[in-house]
Design a binder for this molecule. Structure first.
Ligand SMILES: Cc1cc2nc3c(=O)[nH]c(=O)nc-3n(C[C@H](O)[C@H](O)[C@H](O)COP(=O)(O)O)c2cc1C
Length: 182
C-alpha cells in the first residue's frame, strides 16, 4: 500500500535556508486554501493569517526574539521571502467556557492543524517551510498591529529551499515506543 500524503510527510524537513526568490501568489493562495479547509473544534475556524512579504518587516520579525536570543535563535527568519504569522481569536465566551470545563485549549490545536496543512501543501508545491514557536508575542503583535483579541500562536517561514540537501533523516521514536493497542 502507498500513500501520497505519507510520502510528503516522509520527505519534508524544516527548511532554514531560502533562495532570494519570491513565492508566486498562485502557490501562496493554495497554501492558504489548505489552511482555510482545516478542521477546527466546533468548526470555529479561530484563525487569522498575517502574510508578511515586506523585507524590512521580515528582518524586524527576525530581530524580535525573546531574551536577546536573536543571534542564536531563528536569525534565518530574516532571509525567508515569506513569513506567515498565525493568530487565534477572537474566541467566543461560550467556546472559552467549554474549553475551560474540559481544560483544553482547542484553538492551539486548530492553529496547529491549519499550519501543518500549509506545511505539507507547500512541500508538495516545491516550497520549504519552518515552524517558529520561539518569538516574542508582544513584539510581533506590535510590529504587525495585531488586535488585542487575537493571540499570536505560531509563525511559519516559507520559500524556495536553498539547502544543499533534498531530504533529511528523520530522528523519531519508533512506533513501539509511542503506541499502545488495547
Ligand atoms: C510548534 C513548533 C515550534 C517550532 N519552533 C521552531 C523555532 O522556533 N525555530 C526553529 O528553527 N524550528 C522550530 N521548529 C521546528 C522543529 O525544530 C522541527 O520540526 C523538529 O526538529 C523536527 O525536524 P524536521 O521538521 O526537520 O523533521 C518548531 C516546530 C514546531 C512543531
Amino acid at each position: 500500500m502507498s500513500s501520497k500524503v505519507l510520502d510528503i510527510i516522509k520527505e519534508r524537513f524544516s527548511v532554514r535556508e531560502y533562495q532570494d526568490r519570491p513565492v508566486e501568489q498562485e502557490k501562496l493562495d493554495l497554501v492558504l486554501e489548505a489552511a482555510r479547509l482545516a478542521p477546527s473544534a466546533s468548526n470555529s475556524q479561530p484563525w487569522h493569517f498575517y502574510v508578511v512579504r515586506d523585507k524590512e518587516k521580515i528582518r524586524a520579525l527576525a530581530g524580535e526574539m525573546p531574551l536577546g536570543t536573536r543571534n542564536i535563535m531563528n536569525s534565518f527568519i530574516a532571509r525567508a521571502p515569506v513569513v506567515i504569522v498565525a493568530t487565534a481569536g477572537p474566541i467566543s465566551l461560550l467556546h472559552r467556557a467549554a474549553s475551560f470545563i474540559v481544560n483544553r485549549r482547542w484553538y492551539y490545536m486548530d492553529i496547529g492543524i491549519a499550519l501543518e496543512h500549509m506545511v505539507l501543501t507547500a512541500w508538495e508545491l516545491g516550497l520549504g517551510s519552518c515552524w517558529i514557536g520561539w518569538f516574542s508575542e508582544k513584539k510581533v503583535r506590535k510590529l504587525l498591529d495585531i488586535p488585542k483579541d487575537q493571540e499570536v500562536v505560531a509563525m511559519l517561514t516559507l520559500g524556495y529551499s536553498a539547502e544543499a540537501r533534498l531530504s533529511a533523516p528523520k530522528r523519531r521514536k519508533p512506533l513501539s515506543e509511542i503506541v499502545n493497542y488495547f
